[in-house]
Structures are given as structure tokens and as C-alpha cells.
Ligand binder design. Structure first.
Ligand code: HMG
Length: 390
């Protein structure tokens, strides 16, 4: 049975800061951020967007009423969770009127969570061929003002519908995966910003990529020539390029040209959104699928997923006939074009506009947020959300 991605969408908040302006404000040469890190814009979430509302907005655009009836499993991957007990996916059930005959869970392993969700979905559909699984990968990347990680912040969510006979991409077996205990990046429960050993995280990312790439080659016999494109988890876009460069000499000149050209297209959305943690790999996939003019159905693509801590996985997929017809390119173009630039001073204000820990009641200014679904406040310690279309 063919199982894979039937639909895929994303959402990012309506504000961004220009990375060159951030560099100037931080007394850094702009080229360090634009070339050395490879970013242009950084999404800035207002207080009325959290991981739940970002994910709900991403799913809103891709699901039909028929999908909502058929989805029997919702897997919410995040490292920006809002509750230690309750799964964020349950809020999505209510906001989008999903069928209640469903399983609904939250999974966590840093930026690897959405890939874990996809592999769980694949197993579930193998046993239950008529089912559809909704995977949500939603995060707000926060390192703090004036930190070295600041330039790699971002916010957004991807929504992925996994089914049999998918319209966009089948997921192949086997894949190669690895786990090691590494403290390269983590966020203790008491902190709303990440702790990171930046250089170690870069080294671990590259080491995991080389290991799972090698293991995948041994398991499948696939080489660079077999891939039209290779996608990477992109905490910042230079990271994927660094990883690609470690294996690119294994191929011919034609392989190098093709993979580097496709990498350029696959990083575009990430360049102007920033790190969205667990959704970042899939934002890159959306970028290439929506922006390329040449990739034919039947092409094999490779995906490298990395979540600090750390877990890595390399797997592959095959693009399906008419995959372009199943994309939401026009909506995404509009979403990105409608965003508004804010100054660094305004970004700093928004960044520090957080809810006091333990606050029991508050109403938030949802009229200032053009998103359809917003985090509207807290009543008696219970988070409140609104779908303005309901
Ligand atoms: P840094 O130490 O400020 O930067 O922080 P740097 O000194 O390493 O410079 C960065 C690059 O800019 C270098 O290029 C410089 O040469 C270049 P590279 O050697 O890397 O090719 N550069 C310039 N280029 C052009 N013109 C110039 C110029 N000046 C310098 N004038 C660091 C960089 C990534 C460490 C920092 O931003 C950070 O800590 N970020 C957060 C952690 C991170 O993103 N790690 C990536 C791997 S881990 C991961 O992906 C998982 C993660 O998503 C979390 C999860 O799983 O949940 C983070």
C-alpha cells in the first residue's frame, strides 16, 4: 500500500523583522546574518498566537469537511507546549470541528517531533487503510534578545495530512535513524527561552546527518544520483547547506548542480520565516514543491530530520502524479505577501510582551491580529481560543 503526504500547508504570523535591521541594531555586519547564517526575515508572533493557534491556522486552510470526518488520529508535535498534561491537539479538535471518533496526542522530541508523527501515522494507516492522520508541527523559537541564537528565531506551523494513495508524496521504507544523549539544545520547564551550546549543536547536527545518510545508503543502496533533491531541518538556512556540502562530492557534477539548485529553492520560505523548529523541515519541502518549475512526478527526494537532544532520521519519498494540483501555493504567497514589517524596537516590545506565570484571568487584543484563529486569553487558568469564522 502507498502511504504518504496527501496535503500540506503552513501558517506564520503577520509580523516580521528584517534581519539586516536586526544586525545593525546588534552591531553585527549584516552579511554575517544574511550570508553567514542565511536569513532575510524573522517571523514575530504577537501574544495572541501560541503553538495551538498557529497549528489551527495552518490546518484550517487544507482540510475539507470530508477530511474532518475521516481524520481519526491527530498528532501534535511541539516543543512550545502550553500544558504539561493536556495534549494541544485536543484544542484543535474543537477549533476545527474534527470528528470525535479519533485519537489525539502530543509528541515531543525537539525539532524531530513532526517526523516522529509522520512515522507513527504511516504505521497506523498500514493497519487502518481508510484512516487519515493529521500531523501538526507548531513552534515559536525563542532564544532571547541579544543572544547569538536570536537571529535564528522564528514562529510558525505546518499541517500535514497523511493517508493511503496520497496526492503529493509517498513515504518509502526503510529509513535510518539514530539517538544519542547530547546537551546541544534544551529548554527546562521553568524557562521560556532555549538553552543552547551553539557550536556543539552545529557539530552534532552534521555528525547525525553523516551517520544516518551512511546508514540509509547501506540499507537502500541509494546514492546522490537517486535524489532529485535533499531536504534538511533548517534552523537557519546555512545549516542545511553545510550538511549538503559534506556529501556533495560523492556525486557527479550534474548531481552537484541539481542538488545545490534545488536546495536554493527549498530554503526560500525558511529564509523569510526563520526557525519554526519541528515544522522547519516540512516548510522547506513546501518551499521546493510550490516554487519549482521543473521537478517531475516520480522524482525521489530525501529528508533529513534532526531534533536536538538528539534524534536524527533520513528517509525518502516519491512525488506523485499531479502533486502540484494538491498544493496551496496561492494561499501561501498571499500569507507571506500580506505580512507587515516591524522595527527592531517594536519586535523587542512584542518579544517581552509575555503572560506573567500563573495568571488566572486575562483578555488579549485579538482584534489587532488578522489571523482567523487566535489565543484570546485565560479564564480561571484555562486558555481560551477563538475561531473568528465560527
Ligand atoms: P555565532 O557564533 O554568532 O556565529 O552563532 P559564527 O561566528 O559561527 O558565524 C556564523 C557564520 O557566519 C560563520 O560561517 C561565519 O564565518 C559567518 P560558517 O563558518 O558557519 O560557514 N560570518 C560571515 N559571513 C559573511 N560575512 C560576514 C561574516 N561574519 C561571520 N561578515 C550559531 C551561530 C548557529 C551557533 C548561533 O546562531 C546559535 O546558537 N543558533 C541556535 C542553535 C542552532 O540553530 N543550531 C543549529 C543546529 S541544532 C538544530 O538544528 C536544532 C534546533 O533547531 C533545535 C531543536 O531541535 O529543537 C536548533
Amino acid at each position: 500500500m502507498k502511504i504518504g503526504i496527501d496535503k500540506i500547508g503552513f501558517y506564520t504570523p503577520h509580523m516580521y523583522v528584517d534581519i539586516k535591521e536586526l544586525a545593525i541594531a546588534r552591531n553585527v555586519e549584516p552579511e554575517k546574518f544574511t550570508i553567514g547564517i542565511g536569513q532575510e526575515k524573522m517571523a514575530v508572533p504577537p501574544i495572541t498566537q501560541d503553538s495551538v493557534s498557529l497549528a489551527a491556522n495552518a490546518a484550517l486552510e487544507i482540510l475539507t469537511d470530508e477530511d474532518k470526518k475521516t481524520i481519526d488520529y491527530v498528532i501534535f508535535a511541539t516543543e512550545s507546549g502550553i500544558d504539561h498534561s493536556k495534549a494541544a491537539s485536543i484544542y484543535i479538535h474543537e477549533l476545527l470541528d474534527l470528528n470525535s471518533s479519533a485519537r489525539s496526542i502530543e509528541v515531543k522530541q525537539a525539532c524531530y517531533g513532526a517526523t516522529a508523527g509522520i512515522q507513527i501515522a504511516k504505521g497506523h494507516i498500514a493497519l487502518n487503510p481508510e484512516s487519515k492522520v493529521l500531523i501538526l508541527g507548531s513552534d515559536i523559537a525563542r532564544y532571547g534578545l541579544h543572544t547569538t541564537g536570536e537571529v535564528t528565531q522564528g514562529a510558525g506551523a505546518v499541517a500535514i495530512l497523511v493517508s493511503k494513495d496520497p496526492k503529493i508524496m509517498t513515504i518509502e521504507s526503510p529509513s535510518a535513524y539514530q539517538t544519542e544523549q547530547v546537551m546541544d539544545f534544551w529548554r527546562p520547564i521553568y524557562s521560556d527561552t532555549a538553552y543552547v551550546q551553539g557550536k556543539l549543536s552545529v557539530d552534532q547536527y552534521l555528525s547525525f546527518f553523516q551517520s544516518v545518510w551512511k546508514e540509509h545508503k547501506e540499507k537502500t543502496g541509494f546514492e546522490l544520483k537517486d535524489f532529485e533533491s535533499i531536504f534538511f531541518h533548517l534552523p537557519y538556512t546555512k545549516m542545511g547547506l553545510k550538511a549538503l556540502r559534506t556529501v556533495i562530492d560523492e556525486g557527479t557534477e550534474a548531481d552537484k548542480d541539481r542538488l545545490l539548485a534545488n536546495f536554493e529553492i527549498s530554503k526560500r520560505y525558511n529564509t523569510i520565516v526563520g526557525n519554526i523548529y519541528t515544522g522547519a523541515l516540512y516548510l522547506s519541502l513546501i518551499s521546493l514543491l510550490e516554487l519549482n518549475d521543473t521537478i517531475e512526478p516520480g522524482a525521489r527526494i530525501g529528508l533529513f530530520s534532526y531534533g536536538s537532544g538528539a534524534v536524527g532520521e533520513f528517509f525518502s519519498g516519491i512525488l506523485q502524479p499531479n502533486y502540484r494540483d494538491a498544493l496551496f501555493a496561492d494561499q501561501h504567497e498571499k500569507l507571506l505577501a500580506d505580512r507587515k514589517e516591524i522595527s527592531v524596537a517594536k519586535y523587542e516590545e512584542v518579544f517581552q510582551d509575555t503572560l506573567p506565570v500563573g495568571i488566572d484571568n486575562i483578555a488579549l487584543p485579538i482584534d489587532e491580529d488578522p489571523a482567523t484563529i487566535c489565543f484570546s486569553g485565560i479564564k480561571d487558568h484555562m486558555r481560551q481560543y477563538v475561531n473568528k469564522n465560527k
